[in-house]
Ligand binder design. Structure first.
Ligand code: NZQ
Ligand code: ZN
Length: 381
């Protein structure tokens, strides 16, 4: 266990906290207020933000899509450059906040910002970002990750950089009241899989990280089980759990396996499957495929998260319990969006992963194109 960890995002958590941005953003800053398709105009978040920016000079840029595109975000970069923007306020979910990170780094770069995604440019400086979170799921509000899609080529790619870590994140659970149930269920599943990707690897005896991961998993499971009895406490607990699931701590000093995400991103790029739903499709099948590498951890999860009894097939039962949990939230674990051509769909995903050189995914490098084919054979309807 050896790691360096820092998470400097200031968190303003709780009802009414949006007003705190008035002081959190330097009053001399010229702010770009970045948001998505307009949900914030229906739940008062836009008005509250505007109110809090009364003493600031600001411009707005709307229309950042779910699964944000380079094409849209490049226009925001142009605005930053032309208008000498010096602070980006991202108001939305993972898509808007991820988009803000691309814009913040791209605004200080002379070339095509897509260079960041293809590894041609490594950003070490970016405009400062503040986030007002409207959907708990990704943890993007206090991490340095960003996932961007290039529509032209249907590529969905990720980058991570310390310089795009938001300086603050406002998490007011009240903003979730307007979220459609489907988006809320997505949030529970995405956060659950984030913990799994950092937890279901080798059993390395990391008691603190494992214990905290199990607390988060049990919390998310219990929130899923009480989905129909949502109240203020339910929303606050989900918002905090999703944040802690991917703020870097539980993954510190332990092996991680992001192969469910890497394969899932291709389902989103090709068939626009919601991010969380892509994970629910891939993960149970991937775990069954990799069960021998992950047996000890699956057994531990079965005991400590799902309260299952010790048995010879405890790891198998744990995967069944994970799958049943997603299904209980009306989140499917089979891909149907691809139409009738199952073989064509599998070939497309495998060849795209090969194109990205993702040919030995997982903590062991054992998720090869042969395994991906097997995983998808069981995950595609
Ligand atoms: O655009 P608007 O109108 O705001 O509508 C959004 C959007 O359509 C709507 N919404 C958000 N807050 C709402 C609301 N509707 C009503 N009331 C509210 N309070 O919800 C829709 C989905 O929003 P989106 O931001 O796309 O959802 P999410 O937070 O799940 O973000 C998904 C994106 O994050 C990436 C995913 O790949 C995907 O592109 N990820 C980012 C990660 C990170 N930065 O660490 C990790 C994740 O694994 C993930 O890959
Ligand atoms: Zn995710």
């Amino acid at each position: 266990m050896k790691f360096t960890y820092q998470n400097a995002t200031q968190i303003f958590f709780g009802q009414g906290q949006i007003s705190k941005i008035s002081d959190a953003i330097d009053s001399q800053s010229k702010v770009l207020f970045l948001y998505g398709g307009g949900s914030i105009k229906k739940n008062g978040v836009y008005e509250q933000t505007k109110q809090a920016l009364t003493n600031h000079q600001w411009l707005e840029f709307s229309g950042v899509e779910a699964n944000p595109t380079k094409e849209t975000l490049d226009k925001a970069i142009d605005v930053c450059k032309q208008e000498n923007i010096d602070f980006i306020l991202a108001v939305g979910g993972g898509s808007v906040i991820d988009g803000a990170k691309y814009v913040a780094a791209g605004a200080l770069y002379d070339g095509d910002a897509w260079d960041i995604l293809i590894g041609k440019y490594t950003p070490e400086t970016a405009l400062p970002i503040g986030a007002i979170l409207t959907i708990p799921a990704t943890g993007s509000e206090s991490n340095g990750n960003s996932v961007i899609t290039k529509s032209e080529t249907q590529q969905k790619m990720a980058f991570a950089a310390q310089c795009v870590l938001p300086v603050f994140a406002v998490m007011d659970p009240d903003v979730m009241k307007t979220l459609p149930e489907k988006q809320l269920a997505n949030g529970v599943v995405d956060a659950f899989v984030h913990v799994c990707e950092q937890y279901i690897t080798k059993n390395a005896g990391a008691m603190v990280q494992d214990g905290y991961s199990e607390t988060l998993l049990r919390t998310l499971k219990s929130l899923g089980d009480s989905f129909n009895e949502r109240d203020d406490a339910w929303r606050a607990n989900l918002m905090l759990a999703a944040n802690q699931a991917l703020n870097g701590f539980i993954g510190s000093g332990v092996e991680q396996d992001w192969s469910t995400h890497m394969i899932g991103h291709e389902l989103t790029a090709l068939w626009h499957v919601d991010h969380a739903r892509s994970l629910a499709i891939v993960q149970p099948s991937l775990l069954r495929n990799q069960i021998e590498h992950k047996r000890a951890k699956l057994e531990q999860m079965g005991r400590n998260v799902f309260a299952l009894e010790q048995s010879d097939d405890l790891a198998e039962s744990t995967i069944d319990a994970i799958e049943a949990f997603y299904n209980s939230l009306n989140v499917a674990t089979q891909l149907t969006e691809h139409g009738d051509d199952k073989q064509g769909a599998i070939d497309a995903v495998v060849s795209r992963l090969e194109g990205l050189n993702y040919v030995s995914l997982s903590e062991n490098g054992t998720v090869t194109p042969v395994e991906v084919r097997q995983i998808l054979t069981n995950a595609v309807a």
